[in-house]
Design a protein around this ligand. Structure first.
Ligand SMILES: O=P(O)(O)OC[C@H]1O[C@H](OP(=O)(O)OP(=O)(O)O)[C@H](O)[C@@H]1O
Ligand code: HPA
Ligand SMILES: [Mg+2]
Length: 174
């Protein structure tokens, strides 16, 4: 494939440090409870695995595959569920784990759908947030970093399915 130029935006050390802090905060907030992580495939999985290792209360994890970007830099606006959860979430303390919230359309579609399954609580945790691009409001409980309006890759984030494996966050230059 044609390789884009990648400029480092957030270093591996900074990402790892922030994930430790987020794990500590979540452990404090959910003290005495169990947290059920829902990792959104594919991008959210890299972050979810690292975060899970930093949470000290009991953790369970399930996966859901939704996609709206395909291989493009723009959301199609159509959120496709390719794989649903394996287990019911009724009465669970659910934490949705995402790599990025951009337009907000993915979570705006997903959250009401999951709420209808009657979890005890539902919150959102994202590694990255791109506030300048927001089109629909989403309430986010935990955010790793705000990023500028640029197309970011790495740590699960792809450009046309590539670069998910970068251990840092970079910008894919045009
Ligand atoms: O706030 P939004 O504008 O909806 O964008 C955020 C969503 O877009 C990306 O997923 P994508 O559709 O690229 O699927 P992927 O994780 O499989 O790459 C990302 O992982 C979020 O799920
Ligand atoms: O900036 C981004 N990079 C990769 N995937 C994305 N999905 C939404 N925004 C982005
Ligand atoms: Mg993607």
């Amino acid at each position: 494939m044609e390789q884009a130029e990648i400029r480092e935006l957030i270093s591996e050390e900074a990402v790892d440090k922030r994930i430790k802090e987020m794990g500590a905060q979540i452990s404090k907030d959910y003290a005495g409870k169990e947290v059920h992580l829902i990792a959104i495939l594919k991008g959210g999985v890299f972050f979810a695995c690292e975060l899970a290792k930093r949470i000290t209360v009991p953790v369970t994890i399930d996966f859901m595959s939704v996609s709206s970007y395909g291989d493009s830099r723009e959301s199609s606006g159509i959120v496709k569920i390719a794989k649903d959860l394996d287990e019911p979430i009724e009465d669970k303390e659910v934490l949705i784990v995402e790599d990025i919230i951009d337009s907000g359309k993915t979570l705006n579609h997903l959250k009401p759908m999951l709420l209808s399954r009657k979890p005890k609580s539902i919150k959102i945790c994202t590694l990255l947030n791109k506030p300048e691009r927001r089109e629909v409001d989403v309430e986010v409980a935990y955010t790793g970093f705000d990023v500028p309006d640029e197309f970011v890759v790495g740590y699960g984030l792809d450009f046309a399915q590539n670069y998910r494996n970068l251990p840092y966050i970079g910008v894919a230059e045009e």
